[in-house]
Design a binder for this molecule. Structure first.
Ligand code: DGT
Ligand code: CA
Ligand code: CA
Ligand code: ZN
Length: 578
């Protein structure tokens, strides 16, 4: 069982307990799920080396949950989960992927209307049956219907962050099959697109049959569409709920580059590249670059692009969106690298709705090699998170001073910055007094309410907030949540102009559900010379690992190191704030 699968069952157990109205347990299982997700190692390896006792070393995992994980590893299930699941046998992850649907509602939906999955929910909502349920009504019914429709518009695609860990796990497993020399992830995953339709994997193997055989028999496989010795196509049970297709092609070493180039895409990029080949009197396909029957290049992508008179574009920008012209002139951008960020600037802790303490977050940031981390808990008008008022913020600042002092004594080079994720109120003012904001190192602000204002009103509200001399970073500027919530109406051109004028930094929120700014807005900001940062919006130690998704987002928008200011050392970074 993979970490992702274990985390999913733990999280579901928490949700099932919540349906039961049990206290404390929901949060405990959620925390354990977050702990498992945040591990750098496989749970099964930890168990192998130290048994159930070693499992209690995982953040959020006590004796009881460690025992459940042990049973999961041995038998694939544990009794509490089965007992709870029997009472409410529904597809929880599918149902709760709809905005506005939580565990308590799922229970009512099942008990009153026998709703088990998304299709049932859609039918009942369209028939107007939800409004009559306790504590519901027409308004909530409309909201749910909108949520279902928005998800459907996504076309059944998955967020990159849901699928990349699965693809990497499968890659590691395939690499262990006898005869396998190389495995690469191709397609939209290699291009790090926001959303993924299906997984494409390429392998080189001395024994193609063995690897494609293994692939069709993996425990996640729900259905085998095709199974030849060089090609296999399957449907996987995805950890996100529902299924996702996966293709594996086993190709010869001599033509691996051609296959990788072809299956990385995008299709539009490939079509243009093929035209260039034809103009030069060549032919290009997934087996190689040919002149007549003679292979000119095939072993590596670089070789092929070179023979075409082009530099090799990074996969993230292969969209036929200017990269081909740039590659022909050897003028490709030098994209920001995956290891170039020095700090994280949006981090929540157990002072509000985060799962871990400041110190736990800091220790993880230290492991990640960060030079700085801003603690930015929510503020008071976001009451459901236990948002901080002025007094609580001052108390937290004192706590941060203490931990910083401790780090200094240890000769640790990490510095904790005092911050907050302040709410922008309806009139554009902030919900924390300026005199307290002035004491913080980094002030982030965000819209967390009134998503339905008109475009003009929403824009005016945010512009006003940006004019506050204490506001450094505008967090997740459009508020969208992939497959779940549309961005609020806002005029990004005006926001970007205002950012330039006021010196406000725009955030690229790396959380895989947010990825906000979007690539097109990053491009606009870059062209306007607006400063940006990439940060995780982490609510647990595991989520501190999300920076790579934000970097991918920035790379797809052609961002370079200079565009992203948390690539700078601490002192220089601080000097760039308002
Ligand atoms: P997805 O799966 O919808 O997220 O997007 P991709 O880009 O992974 O698309 P997929 O899985 O259909 O195909 C993988 C790659 O194979 C694609 O990026 C480019 C290449 N490819 C697929 N169909 C064609 C085609 O008709 N012409 C060309 N030139 N390339 C293709
Ligand atoms: Ca694909
Ligand atoms: Ca495919
Ligand atoms: Zn939060």
């Amino acid at each position: 069982m993979t970490n992702q699968e274990i985390a999913k069952i733990l999280r579901e157990t928490g949700e099932l307990y919540e349906m039961e109205g049990v206290l404390f347990k929901p949060r405990a299982y959620e925390k354990a799920a977050l702990g498992v997700e945040g591990l750098g190692r496989a749970v099964k390896d930890i168990y192998k080396s130290g048994g159930a006792k070693a499992l209690t070393g995982i953040t959020g995992v006590g004796k009881g949950i460690a025992y459940h994980i042990e049973l999961l590893l041995k038998k694939g299930r544990f009794p509490e989960y089965e007992r709870l699941k029997k009472k409410i046998p529904v597809n929880i992850s599918e149902l709760s992927s709809i905005e506005g649907v939580g565990p308590k509602m799922i229970k009512v939906l099942y008990q009153k209307l026998k709703i088990k999955n998304l299709a049932d929910l859609e039918r009942a909502t369209k028939a107007g049956k939800l409004r009559y349920l306790p504590r519901m009504g027409e308004k909530l019914e409309q909201k749910i219907l909108k949520g279902i429709e928005f998800k459907k518009e996504g076309g059944g695609r998955f967020a990159l962050g849901e699928i990349l860990p699965l693809a990497r796990e499968i890659k590691e497993r395939l690499l262990k099959v006898k005869g396998v020399e190389t495995v690469e992830i191709a397609g939209s995953l290699r291009r790090r697109q926001e959303t993924i339709g299906d997984l494409d994997l390429l392998a080189i193997s001395e024994n193609p049959d063995a690897v494609s055989d293994y692939f069709t028999k993996m425990h996640e496989v729900a259905h085998v569409y095709a199974h030849g010795d060089t090609k296999a196509m399957v449907r996987l049970n995805s950890p996100a709920g529902g299924g996702i297709d996966a293709d594996l092609r086993v190709v010869p070493r001599e033509s691996f580059g051609a296959a990788l180039q072809y299956f990385t895409g995008s299709k539009d990029h490939n079509i243009e590249v093929r035209k260039i080949a034809i103009k030069k009197g060549y032919k290009l396909n997934e087996y190689g670059l040919y002149r007549g029957k003679k292979i000119i290049a095939a072993r590596s992508e670089e070789e092929i692009y070179e023979k075409l008179g082009m530099a090799t574009p990074p996969p993230e920008i292969r969209l036929n969106d200017g990269e081909i012209e740039a590659a022909l002139k050897d003028k490709l951008p030098k994209l920001i690298g995956y290891g170039e960020l020095r700090g994280d600037l949006q981090v929540q802790t157990d002072w509000t709705d985060g799962a871990n303490s400041i110190e736990e977050m800091v220790r993880e940031a230290e492991k990640l090699g960060h030079e700085y981390i801003a603690i930015t808990d929510h503020t008071k008008s976001l009451a459901m998170t236990g948002g901080a008022d002025e007094k609580k913020l001052l108390k937290q600042m004192a706590e941060i001073d203490k931990i910083n002092h401790k780090l200094k004594i240890e000769n640790c080079k990490l510095k904790i910055l005092k911050g907050a994720e302040v709410n922008i109120l309806k009139d554009g003012s902030l919900d924390i007094k300026n005199e307290v904001l002035a004491k913080l190192d980094v002030v982030g602000a965000a819209v967390h309410s009134l998503f339905n204002l008109s475009k003009a009103e929403q824009t005016k509200r945010i512009v006003k907030a940006m004019a506050n001399p204490h506001l450094d970073i505008l967090f997740h500027p459009t508020g969208r949540i992939i497959n779940r919530r549309k961005p609020y109406e806002v005029d990004m051109e005006t926001i970007i102009k205002t950012a330039k004028r006021t010196g406000t930094i725009l955030e690229i929120d790396a959380h895989p559900w947010r990825l906000d700014l979007k690539d097109e807005h990053i491009k606009m900001a870059r062209e306007a010379g607006v400063k940006m940062v990439i940060d995780t919006d982490a609510h647990s130690v595991g989520e501190l690992h999300y920076l790579e998704y934000g970097i991918a987002q920035a790379r797809r928008a052609w961002a370079e190191k200079k565009d992203i200011i948390n690539t700078k050392p601490l002192k220089e970074f601080l000097s760039m704030l308002k």
